[in-house]
Design a protein around this ligand. Structure first.
Ligand SMILES: Cc1ncc(COP(=O)(O)O)c(C=O)c1O
Length: 417
């Protein structure tokens, strides 16, 4: 039976929303930010010394990003989404130009494209759920002005091959390392490929701070060369509000989740992305981000250990396919494809339910953007891989605060469900 797209999306929603009972405290909340003593000290220092908006942490974070990404220029701003908007503008993207993005991604990347008046064009993804040269070439037209290449789940996409495609075509490539800070491709950090790159310190990232974005480029003419980029100053009230909401909603989620669930409904895949902050980064955000950058190596080492553990524990299960991480991956999460036990069965949702009932706040992965209401017009051809696979995916947590014992318990539940 053929189902309409609306029915298709609607049928997805209730199954994949979180099913933790409202009163329960999770053992492992979703995407717990990896903060340390230095993070809390940085917050207190900014608050007590009156350096919430301006201060020396901004310069230190910029220097740290330039050092980590290898001699690039960097511009700090309030969010990864705003960083994308700035990068698109700096790459000369004009109203009516087309910008290629993967359909399998968060809807957040759409807003910056619309903000510069350009048209998002959705491309399919390869087996690792990232854009590939083949999926990109299939959607290029004479109007294509830029390609945004995210490295989903911390796993590097084949950005070199995509850059190769654009030679001689006047198409810019934006290296979207929002989910992959610290990842490398043959030793070179992601974020530093293409014409411009972006990083994010927002939620559900490798370094989840209290928000913030960075535009990076190796080309002087991109940042403050051809275009003068003056950002509105950060606002004190917004910075404090983000600090409090990150603490309650994310960092202390283990204890606040029952209350949060009573107050707000979980966002569904078709919930429109919230408008992003369009201003400079505040010193408070930079201070937090800097403390996280300083712990980046141990953060990534711990994440890689969790990915290795899932591989050992689940790698031989016949009905599970672990989406592989490349050697330089930052290992944000481990995505697992769950093949249905019987035709038509939704085994992925069953596993999510079993994990949530056991106190692990786990969710499915992205719904392809072109299957969501209001986004269908940006697809020109069938996108078979994303369409075939998305509903069978679950994301297992790799945060350093999820202990290896908990990883074992999660794997045991996945095997049993
Ligand atoms: C791939 C990708 N790019 C850009 C962004 C935007 O980052 P931010 O949340 O800091 O606005 C996100 C956020 O989830 C993302 O996943």
């Amino acid at each position: 039976m053929k189902v309409s797209q609306a029915e298709f999306v609607e049928s997805f929603l209730p199954k994949s929303s979180y099913v933790l009972p409202p009163s329960s405290f999770p053992h492992v909340p979703l995407a717990l930010p990896y903060w340390n003593g230095a993070t809390y000290r940085a917050i207190l220092r900014s608050l007590l010394t009156g350096s919430v908006i301006a201060g020396s942490d901004l310069g230190k974070l910029r220097a740290s990003v330039i050092e980590s990404l290898g001699g690039v220029d960097a511009l700090l701003c309030a969010s990864g989404s705003f960083a994308l908007e700035i990068a698109l503008g700096a790459c000369g993207v004009q109203p009516g130009d087309e910008v290629v993005i993967p359909t399998f991604c968060c809807t957040t990347v759409v807003l910056p494209i619309l903000a510069v008046g350009a048209i998002p064009v959705l491309a399919d993804v390869g087996d690792e759920m990232n854009l590939t040269a083949e999926t990109v070439v299939a959607v290029l037209t004479h109007k294509t002005k830029a390609i945004i290449v995210p490295h989903l789940f911390g796993n590097p996409a084949e950005i070199d091959a995509i850059v190769g495609l654009t030679r001689g075509r006047n198409i810019r490539v934006i290296d979207d390392a929002a989910q992959a800070l610290g990842a490398t491709i043959e030793g070179r950090p992601v974020g530093s490929f293409g014409d411009a790159g972006i990083l994010s310190f927002g939620s559900e990232k490798i370094c989840s701070g209290i928000g913030g974005g960075v535009v990076v480029s190796r080309h002087k003419e991109i940042l403050n060369g051809g275009v003068k980029i003056d950002l509105p100053a950060a606002r004190f009230s917004l910075s404090l509000r983000t600090l409090l909401s990150t603490l309650f909603y994310r960092r202390w989620r283990r204890w606040t989740l029952p209350l949060l669930r009573r107050l707000w409904d979980a966002a569904g895949p078709d919930t429109p992305p919230a408008p992003y902050r369009k201003e400079a980064m505040a010193n408070l955000n930079a201070a937090v981000a800097l403390s996280l950058m300083q712990a980046l190596s141990e953060n990534i080492a711990a994440r890689r250990a969790r990915v290795a553990a899932y591989r050992e524990l689940l790698g031989n299960e016949e009905r599970l396919k672990l989406i592989p991480h490349r050697p330089g991956s930052a290992c944000l999460t481990q995505v697992v494809r769950v093949l249905p036990k019987r035709r038509g069965e939704d085994s992925a949702s069953e596993i999510i339910q079993a994990l949530c009932s056991a106190g692990y706040e786990i969710q499915g992965s992205y719904v392809p953007i072109h299957t969501l209401p209001n986004y269908e017009s940006w697809v020109r051809k069938p996108l078979p891989l994303a369409e075939r696979v998305w509903s069978e995916l679950i994301e297992l947590p790799c945060e350093p605060d999820v202990s290896l014992d908990q990883v074992e318990r999660i794997a045991a539940i996945v095997k049993m469900a």
